[in-house]
Ligand binder design. Structure first.
Ligand SMILES: Cc1cc2nc3c(=O)[nH]c(=O)nc-3n(C[C@H](O)[C@H](O)[C@H](O)COP(=O)(O)OP(=O)(O)OC[C@H]3O[C@@H](n4cnc5c(N)ncnc54)[C@H](O)[C@@H]3O)c2cc1C
Length: 507
């Protein structure tokens, strides 16, 4: 075997997944078609849950150092913003950070963890049998080579060759509308022109290295196919049509057209081949969710695949990746369709009047705390909840664990996300069971960090809980409120076996 897991694609999803696998000790190799990292950035936003994930892996400061925080994000370009600052998170903001920077940080981390990254390797096909996968690759010299692994994961974007080779369908709708983006070194120095453009719905945002990004939907050009290149003349003409001036744009670094084709993979797994990120879901980039969803796919899949490779995965664990993440992909694609429809209605002359009335109404609704909260939970992904298979499970099971500060029985001050940085399960005993550590270490010591909590910061969700088991991706696997030590010990063994596998005598 050349590697345990072959990850196809070194975009944000592939890099994140490779980091997760390598952290868990899996021999991981990324095969990437590009010879150099991507210079241009499609995405500019990391929403709260993604920043939390970076915090759970000790990468928070690398990201925060390079990005800029903003308190919320737009939904469908409505004037009233989604308010992330009131959400229950230490990271209640969007981190404004170019995709190329996100990829650079993750690539640096992947190298630190020992991931092998092979650039200039284009995947042509994937075959699988009962023992493993064979990935056929065109190598930099132009020859073809077969790379062998136990599993392959397609993180190779919307046109995924891996998905096609695995015969996984990608149903959905074709592109009907396109938008345009441009990154410029020179813009009109007077703020008036840029303000006028913003007032007419053009997104104008400063990027690093003195560049300015413009994004617009030109009513006269929304039916132009995404594959048609954008010229500077077209860009200036569109800006002038929309906002009254070309905003002095010059020296473009990147001009691109993107569309609203919306598709969701029929399945995220076919045997030994799995899909994550854009390979599994594509949609219009409304509210900046694609990259974020890909990172969260990777976080869900990494530890499960590592458990299978490590030989300790409980039955059904790997299939829970599809069961948990495909509904999230479906809900993201749906909300982007709603947003795109609203944008399109605003641009079609016969609907302009009612569309303006609809936007006004929605703006008012977004001003209501509960409505804003409902959408903020979704776009931030803090509301992502994996429904438990056991109907009697505690109401917290499947939700993300809050990053509560705590003092351990050994008087050490820490917080839950710090405990998660090793990528293992975390078992928190909030009722002071002196036998806990020994019991867990004896059976699951290599997979579970057991901590007896002396005191913890108040948190409504943890009120009344006596013990919780947190999965490596930061979601609750089990929670109990029983104060009966014997009952708790029995429940704990069941939960550990169900999630972290049968106890190992080698632990
Ligand atoms: C205009 C625009 C703005 C956006 N803004 C945001 C935003 O603000 N926030 C957000 O969350 N998302 C945003 N997105 C979406 C985001 O860019 C994507 O969701 C994200 O890039 C997906 O990451 P990925 O790693 O899954 O796929 P990709 O980034 O597409 O990476 C796939 C990788 O696989 C490689 N590859 C492809 N085929 C092969 C092959 N055959 N062999 C080997 N390698 C291969 C590619 O070279 C590439 O490196 C935006 C998208 C657009 C178009």
């Amino acid at each position: 075997m050349d590697a345990d897991v072959i990850v196809v694609g070194a975009g944000p999803t592939g890099l994140m997944l490779a980091c997760e696998l390598a952290l868990a000790g899996v021999r991981t190799r990324i095969l990437e078609r590009r010879t150099e990292p991507q210079r241009h950035s499609r995405a500019l936003s990391l929403h709260p849950r993604s920043v939390e994930l970076m915090d759970q892996r000790g990468l928070r400061d690398r990201f925060l150092r390079l990005g800029r925080t903003v308190p919320g994000w737009h939904f469908a370009g409505l004037r009233t913003q989604l308010d992330f600052s009131s959400l229950d998170s230490r990271h209640g903001y969007t981190l404004f950070l170019a995709q190329a920077r996100t990829e650079a940080i993750l690539e640096e981390r992947a190298y630190e963890l020992g991931v092998e990254i092979s650039r200039g390797y284009e995947i042509l096909g994937v075959r699988q049998d009962g023992d493993g996968v064979e990935v056929e690759t065109r190598v930099p010299a132009g020859d073809t080579e077969t790379v062998r692994g136990l599993y392959a994961v397609g993180c190779d974007g919307g046109r995924s060759v891996v998905r096609q080779a695995a015969g996984i369908g990608f149903p959905g709708t074709d592109e009907t509308l396109t938008g345009v983006l441009g990154d410029f070194a020179v813009v009109d120095p007077q703020p008036g022109a840029l303000d006028a453009a913003r007032a007419r719905g053009v997104i104008v945002a400063p990027l690093e290295e003195g560049l300015t990004r413009f994004v617009y939907l030109d009513p006269e050009r929304i039916r132009v196919p995404a594959r048609e290149p954008v010229s500077l003349e077209e860009f200036r003409a569109s800006l002038t049509r929309i906002s009254g001036s070309g905003c002095g744009v010059a020296e473009p670094r990147w001009l691109s057209r993107f569309g609203n084709a919306t598709r969701l993979a029929e399945s995220y797994r076919s045997g030994r081949v799995l899909l994550a990120g854009d390979a599994a879901h594509i949609h219009f980039p409304a509210a900046g969710q694609g990259l974020n969803t890909g990172l969260q796919d990777a976080m869900n899949l990494g530890w499960k695949l590592a458990a299978v490779v490590g030989g300790w995965a409980p039955p059904g664990l790997l299939d829970s990746y599809d069961a948990e993440r495909r509904p999230v992909g479906a809900s993201v694609t749906e909300n982007t369709e709603v947003q795109t429809l609203l944008a399109e209605l605003t641009l079609v002359p016969q609907y302009q009047h009612p569309a303006a009335a609809l936007r006004k109404l929605l703006d008012e609704l977004l001003g209501m705390e509960q409505v804003n909260r409902r959408l903020a939970d979704q776009v931030s992904a803090l509301g992502t909840h994996y429904p438990p298979t056991d109907p009697g499970a505690d109401r917290l099971v499947g939700r993300r664990v809050p990053d509560v500060g705590l003092t351990t029985a050994g008087s050490e001050r820490t917080r839950v996300y710090e405990l998660l940085t090793t990528g293992r399960f975390v078992l928190l005993d909030l009722a002071g069971d002196p036998a806990l550590r020994g019991a867990v270490d004896a059976g699951w010591g290599s997979r579970v960090t057991a901590v007896t909590v002396d005191t913890h910061d108040e948190h409504a969700d943890l009120g009344g809980v006596t013990e919780i088991l947190v999965r490596p991706d930061g979601h609750l696997a089990w929670a109990t409120r029983t104060t009966d030590g014997a009952v708790r010990s029995g429940e704990r063994i069941q939960a550990l076996t169900a999630w972290a596998g049968t106890p190992s005598s080698r632990s």
